[in-house]
Design a protein around this ligand. Structure first.
Ligand SMILES: [Zn+2]
Length: 463
């Protein structure tokens, strides 16, 4: 498995090579960004239902693009599982939803990690970044250690070829001198300094920003960043221009909207970078969206089941426990079940459209390079287990959805049995049962004794 960090130009070359092989088609670009970069769009499969997969909504989350490209490379119509999936679905890949952010971030990385650097040396720098990041979380300083590693890198790292983008970044730093040094590598935003995920009209920060309030990020590692003006992370819009939907936000919204209108959208897999967890629960919808309780409940159930299917194939840790047993089972991705008001772009997608999982890939945190700080462990586990999990989820997705709908229709009629915790517990039992049956039915060999583990699991109390 190739493990090096790939910069913007390299992603373009890789994608061209993939298309040359003939399985995956290049479609018309979803859009061209403000500073002239294409948002590339690829498809594969002849199915009636559509699946959308995106990487790098946050530009600095480079492992997401790395993963989506590896997923595209993995597709082989001669493989039985892929052949089933491609008959059922048409898959849309947007490996870099935010190319400006990706270009800014990887241009900064290249100053510290040139292409030809030895793997071992790359890993060492990434590990150092990871440790600095962790230290900044527990032992705060005004100058962040992880930013200090990149303190000598400024807008000139962006190749002159991308003149307009380079100028925009330069202007942002001139206009907002409070922006810390050493934050180009963590540039999640686009070239306007606006974060696509935060760029939602339901973002509660909008009013505060319009009232000229400064808003510093809460986490210790980022608390030197004011998100009320354009910058690397979390700024929802440029105050001077008033709220405006960015080109990238519009591009993904239009694709989902178009597929949904044709009643073809089956699933959106939105990849983010760090946490080793899955967000799946529809948030509380803004009133003006008029989402019925029934619709919301049904969505909740299907999303939950799909995320369980996905999580069941993931692992963060590959090491053996003290008895020499494979302990991957114990390090599955966490399925988040908390519910809050819908504020960000993806919250709204999940409310308006069918199935939507937001997957935080790497257990090791620290964008962009920390996930590469342990190549044999963290990096390989992340890529391998997520390739497997994506394939598995697509393979059984429709069956699972049908089962959920049946379940919902039956349970929905039982008056007085709508206690949320109890239902979740019930669903988990059904999922476990389903999982065992489907694994046997599909003849999927469970490489880490999943079924045994499930049997042993305590299942006597609702969570
Ligand atoms: Zn993200």
């Amino acid at each position: 498995m190739e493990k090096n960090i790939i910069d913007y130009e390299q992603t373009k070359e890789k994608l061209q090579d993939i298309v040359k092989k003939g399985t995956i088609n290049k479609e018309k670009n979803l859009a061209i960004t403000k500073y002239g970069l294409p948002i590339e769009h690829f498809t594969v499969g002849k199915g009636e239902k559509d699946v959308v997969i995106t990487g790098a909504t946050h530009g600095s989350e480079i492992i997401t693009t790395d993963f989506v490209i590896k997923l595209m490379e993995d597709i082989n119509p001669k493989n039985n599982v892929w052949s089933d999936i491609l008959k059922e679905f048409k898959i849309h890949f947007i490996p870099i939803l935010n190319p400006e952010g990706y270009l800014i971030s990887t241009s900064a990385i290249r100053q510290l990690i040139p292409r030809q650097m030895e793997q071992e040396e790359v890993q060492k720098i990434c590990k150092q970044y990871y440790l600095a990041y962790r230290e900044d979380d527990v032992n705060p300083k005004t100058v962040k250690r992880f930013q200090k590693m990149f303190e000598n890198i400024d807008y000139t790292c962006i190749p002159e070829k991308y003149h307009d983008l380079r100028e925009s970044v330069k202007n942002i730093f001139e206009k907002y001198p409070d922006l810390p040094k050493g934050c180009l590598q963590m540039w999640s935003s686009n070239g306007n300094g606006v974060d696509i995920q935060a760029n939602s009209k339901y973002n509660p920060q909008i009013d505060k920003i319009m009232a000229n309030k400064k808003i510093y990020m809460k986490s210790k590692r980022f608390d030197n960043i004011d998100i009320s003006h354009p910058g690397p992370i979390n700024c929802p819009f440029d105050r001077e221009q008033g709220f405006k939907t960015e080109i990238e936000t519009k591009a993904i919204t239009e694709l989902l909207e178009e597929l949904n209108e044709k009643d073809k959208l089956f699933l959106y897999l939105n990849y983010h970078s760090t946490g080793g967890m899955i967000y799946q629960r529809p948030s509380i919808p803004p009133e003006e969206l008029h989402i019925s309780d029934e619709e919301q409940e049904k969505n909740e159930k299907i999303n939950y089941m799909l995320s369980q299917a996905y999580a069941s194939r993931t692992y963060k840790n590959k090491s053996k426990d003290e008895f020499g047993m494979d302990n991957r089972n114990k390090t599955r991705y966490l399925v988040q079940t908390g519910q809050m008001a819908a504020t960000c772009t993806n919250d709204i997608f999940r409310i308006k459209y069918p199935q939507d999982l937001l997957i935080e890939l790497s257990a090791m945190g620290g964008n962009p390079i920390a996930p590469y700080g342990d190549l044999e462990g963290n990096y390989t586990n992340t890529i391998k287990s997520n390739l497997d999990a994506t394939k598995f989820t697509l393979h059984i997705g429709s069956l699972l959805k049908r089962m959920c709908e049946e379940f919902y229709n039956k349970v929905h009629k039982l008056e007085g049995h709508n206690d949320y915790e109890l239902m979740m517990w019930f669903e988990q039992r059904i999922f476990d049962e389903f999982y065992n049956k489907i694994m046997n039915f599909l003849g999927i060999k469970d490489e880490f004794g999943e079924n045994e583990e499930k049997k042993k699991r305590k299942c006597d109390q609702p969570r």
